[in-house]
Design a binder for this molecule. Structure first.
Ligand code: SAM
Length: 354
């Protein structure tokens, strides 16, 4: 296996020169073999990410480096495609520190760096990130289901994605996560001719002036002691639109109907247990340690708008490039391993959405 060794000696032999030539996305006139224009919005570079000059700033950077896992990674046992991840802790710390120093400079002031690491290798990066960024918050990605073959330790099912910001004024878009299946099954049990619905509270526990009134529906009357959550006119409108669940038992409460088909999901939390690793999903694995496209799409949606620039300095199979393109962002990706060129290109053939 040809290993793409990321050892420190190699980095030390080259010096990053941030004053080097300006990068342009579209100009292909002087492209070397290290530059590959994937399409008008995606550019791939091959080389050590510490030495490839960049003068752009990016709204989002996704950094998924080797984890210091003491392993060699191959696509499968018959494949040469992969990279080595064997380090001394001191070398690894230096490797990460240099990258973080560089990536900090490349990040827009309101941008976000995501640092992806396994939960077992998180200590070294966390220390470096907390020294550099004002805000460092973990996202817990449950990448797989519990492991049946683990006998002597707890099965490791979580990766950490550190969300790092230079200040509090970072770009943030609310995106939703699907509600979990048990919740959906238990909550949306009621049904009318519009579809399944859950019950939303209309009666309050904190009485407010102006929210105490009696409502009549047919020959039933509702006048909760603690009052309502909404004004009388709003409740009348809901009743007219048949959006109120009327109890069959006398003395029971009124509820608002929350239809399943109108429900966008819940705002994302820091626990992501709804995106499975490639081996457990429908995606084909194109590279060892390749991440699922949905994971990158969510990271991009939260932190960027259409047209913004995204950067991935160690792109592997180009998941970030593909996800950015799906969402109409511009993307620059880089990897030291030339094997990735064909892999990244293949993801864009036919321009189909993955
Ligand atoms: C964990 S993999 C990235 C996987 C990727 N996120 C995906 O979805 O396919 C880490 C990558 O870092 C690359 N790499 C390691 N050291 C590098 C360096 N100094 N410069 C650029 N790429 C490097 C490796 O070749 C490998 O492809």
């Amino acid at each position: 296996m040809q290993k793409y060794d990321c050892s420190l000696e190699k980095h030390q032999s080259k010096k990053l020169n941030s004053n080097d030539t300006e990068h342009t996305m579209i100009n292909t006139s002087e492209m070397s073999q290290t530059e590959h224009k994937i399409n008008d919005d995606v550019m791939l570079y091959i080389g050590d990410s510490l030495t490839i000059p960049r003068t752009n700033k990016f709204r989002m950077i996704y950094f998924d480096p080797p984890f210091n896992s003491d392993r060699d990674y191959k696509l499968n046992c018959n494949s040469e495609v992969g990279f080595s991840d064997k380090w001394s802790d001191a070398d690894y710390e230096e490797f990460i520190r240099r990258h973080i120093d560089l990536l900090y400079e490349l990040l827009e002031d309101n941008g976000t760096l995501f640092f992806h690491i396994s939960s077992t290798c998180m200590y070294i990066p966390e220390k470096i990130l907390r020294n550099k960024f004002k805000l460092v918050e973990p996202i817990f990605w449950k990448k797989c289901r519990s492991k049946n073959n683990v006998k002597t330790k707890l099965g490791s099912v979580v990766d950490i994605i550190w969300k790092c910001n230079k200040n509090n004024n970072y770009k943030f878009n609310v995106v939703t996560q699907e509600k979990d299946a048990t919740y959906l099954k238990n909550s949306f049990k009621n049904k009318d001719n519009k579809g399944n619905y859950a019950l939303g509270h209309l009666v309050t526990e904190n009485t407010k002036k102006g929210y105490e009134y009696e409502i009549k529906i047919g020959n039933q009357s509702f006048n909760p002691k603690s009052g309502w959550r909404i004004k009388e006119t709003e409740l009348q409108k809901l009743i007219e639109e048949d959006r109120v669940h009327i109890p069959t038992k006398s003395g029971a409460k009124l509820y608002k109907k929350i239809y399943l088909h109108e429900n966008p999901g819940k705002p994302c939390t820091d626990l992501w247990d709804d995106i499975h690793s490639i081996s457990q999903g429908n995606e084909e694995r194109k590279y060892p340690t390749a991440k699922p496209i949905k994971l990158l799409e969510r990271l991009i949606e939260i932190t960027t708008d259409e047209g913004d620039y995204v950067y991935d300095p160690m792109c592997g199979s180009g998941t970030t490039a593909k996800a950015s393109n799906n969402l109409n962002r511009k993307c620059i990706v880089n990897d030291i391993n030339p094997d990735v060129v064909e892999i990244v290109k293949s993801r864009f053939q036919g321009e189909t959405k993955e």
